[in-house]
Design a protein around this ligand. Structure first.
Ligand code: HEC
Ligand code: HEC
Ligand code: HEC
Length: 124
């Protein structure tokens, strides 16, 4: 009898743990990577994946919001000229705070049907 109770308790704990795991998923989605694609694909580049969480654990929110980026996906008018001039991602990706924006594929990393010409920095 005791054994049955223990077994069912372990089983119940397992189910609860499983449910907990399933329930975690939406929470993680909140911190998921953001895709930026206002211009990229149209201009022949794969969309940009911005690893939000990667940055959030390194910088306080107010480093970026709202002085550099408005806090809504797709609301910032970002292009490469601005980045190279030190705006948006280029505030840090300038070869000093973080690597320079010459490694195209590190940012333009979203799955895409766009075929990337070697001349655009994707040749290793
Ligand atoms: C390194 C810069 C950076 C930091 C630090 C940062 N964010 Fe962001 N955040 C961004 C960028 C870039 C976007 C996307 C903007 C776009 O798509 O135009 C964004 C978007 C968002 C969005 C909108 C997401 C959506 O789906 O519309 C929210 C909410 C947000 N950030 C909250 C935060 C919070 C809270 C923190 C701190 C815990 C934080 N961010 C830290 C750069 C940053
Ligand atoms: C506040 C400074 C800051 C801003 C703004 C910023 N980054 Fe970063 N980013 C960093 C730092 C620091 C690293 C880590 C560099 C390293 O590891 O050498 C990084 C790393 C990355 C990585 C590599 C992540 C990995 O897994 O190694 C990507 C991709 C990236 N940034 C994309 C972007 C994009 C796209 C934007 C603009 C939408 C942006 N970043 C804006 C500071 C910034
Ligand atoms: C630090 C991250 C980062 C790096 C590195 C980077 N880009 Fe971008 N790029 C962006 C972001 C962010 C956008 C705007 C995305 C959008 O909303 O379409 C963008 C947009 C573009 C666009 C469309 C807008 C425009 O300016 O015409 C082109 C083309 C482009 N990038 C080419 C390149 C090339 C070529 C390289 C390598 C030499 C490169 N990018 C490297 C972040 C980056």
């Amino acid at each position: 009898m005791k054994k049955i109770i223990i077994v069912s308790l372990v089983f119940a704990a397992f189910i609860i743990a499983l449910l907990g795991f399933v329930e975690l998923k939406p929470t993680q989605a909140e911190y998921a990577d953001l895709t930026l694609n206002r211009y990229a694909e149209q201009a022949g580049m794969p969309p940009v994946v911005f690893p939000h969480w990667f940055h959030r654990i390194r910088f306080k929110c107010k480093v970026c919001h709202e002085e550099i980026f408005l806090m809504r996906q797709g609301s910032n008018d970002i292009n490469m000229q601005k980045i190279i001039q030190g705006e948006y991602c280029g505030k840090c990706h300038n070869g000093r705070v973080a690597w320079a924006p010459i490694y195209c594929d590190r940012c333009h990393s979203a799955p895409s049907t766009v075929v990337i010409p070697g001349a655009r920095g994707f040749l290793k």
